[in-house]
Design a protein around this ligand. Sequence first.
Ligand code: HEM
Length: 507
Amino acid sequence: MLNALRSKAMCLESQLPGIPLLIFLAAVYSLLRILKLYFPPPGNYPKRIPQLRGFSIINAVSFLNKRYSFLQLNQEMIGQDLYMFKAFQQKAVVLSGEQGRRAFFGEKGLHFELGQQSQNGPVPGGDVIRKLDEMDIQLVSIMNKQLLKIFHKDRLANAIPILVHNINRHMEAWGTAGKMDPFKDIYSIVVQMAICLSTCEELASNLRTVQHLGNLYLQQVTSITPMTLLFPWFPCSAKKQKERSAKGLYNILSHYVDLRREAKTPNLNPFDVLIADSDTNTAIVRFALFVMIVGVFNTTMISCWALIYLGGNNEWRNKVVAEVQNLIATYSNASRSKPIYQCFSTILLSAWEENMPIADVVIRETICLIKNGPALRYNLADNFQIGGNMIDKDTFVLYRREDVHLNVMCYSDPLTFDLSQFCAPREEDKQGNLLFLGWGASHHICTGTKTAKLKIKMLLALMLSSYEYQLVDGSSKPLKEPPQPNRDDTYESRRICEPCFFQYRNV
Ligand code: HEM
């Protein structure tokens, strides 16, 4: 057998004089890979874009009410990598598959901020897009500049002791044992961390006001309903709640900006930095609110679900605990007789970032399981084509993240919390193009990735080294089944089907 192969190889070599067989095969292989990369196989694209039937108002309400299920059901029914639906007068195109993914994330004419309007403001539904002012249209690019300054690496490094101290203050209030609702208690910590990184010390250290802000923000988000989105002029109670909470948020934040304006000695807190840049109160409050909008729910959701998944998986929980112990042993210079939070305070940013590989994978897998639903854009390109189909200008374009994260073609067991899929030798997230979209891709990558990861790792580290916990139901009985995420819950940080609590006690 071997001899036969050898003589075949020699025969081929003799047909390619001067080119060693292996180099030739490697070159062919590389060429094929490059061709595959630049000319992916054609997707499952129809000649004409299929359109979902039914009343456009029903589509709009279904999309807003149960976005995940609505898109999944249609995808199964239509079975193509491209289809469109109408919601009121607005057209929306839904893309799937590798070609769709590459087009969605690669096309510069797809506008990010206008796409987000279907999330919080006017949805596919009329001419509201034209009412947006320049500030709204440029919001993310303006905020990105401020975020890069305020969330700069050096500032983040300096904030570590205060962030750890804040988490510890909350944990002290939990006591040595008890039962807690992670989505409520961890939400409070995350709100405080966001306030701490985006406002001023006077506000961040005032726990009652921070809690009040957290409640107002929750009211603001829960007042976004299909009703308020579709009929923004209708004076329903949700609309009133939205206006009241927006006013409350503005007044509190603006009051603290005034306090800092009147302060005799300026400091390096975010409000002071923005005041020094001659920003108005409105602009400074907008920045603080933007940080809450983009960061708080995402960070709460991923922290809570990471703890829930680890709570049901002893093997990986023990690995994270060992990693945290090693972090303290190797990178903290506080005396071991000090309380544990003081040990964490002295760990440098680089150690948090580079020496917690297992926590990194926990975050990645949790995002894959939880952060799904459509990424949204608005097409401003004159000539955006996909699979031979022209996508009209002024159309919403959607890409369902679950098309990769929860797809058996990309991950072998996508619905199971399975960290080994990201580790060698499997590394399934590296076996194709754009297989992990958890922090965005190409033109729109999350500006808060480093900050969010640091906060989540701190929460995991303090929680897992301070407490043992068990997942229980409302009557404190151990959960029979692992909790399931509610993927249709777009507006709250919970995204959980059945209530789940942590029964905890100090270790
Ligand atoms: C676990 C927490 C977080 C997750 C999972 C997350 C995820 C994402 C994703 C997937 C995108 C891209 C959206 C798209 O393509 O449509 C994004 C964009 C963005 N995120 Fe995050 N994010 C998190 C926390 C934060 C935080 C804490 C901040 C800042 C305080 C932040 C700021 C932003 C900004 C400004 C963008 C828009 C970037 C651009 O388009 O240039 N995020 N994030």
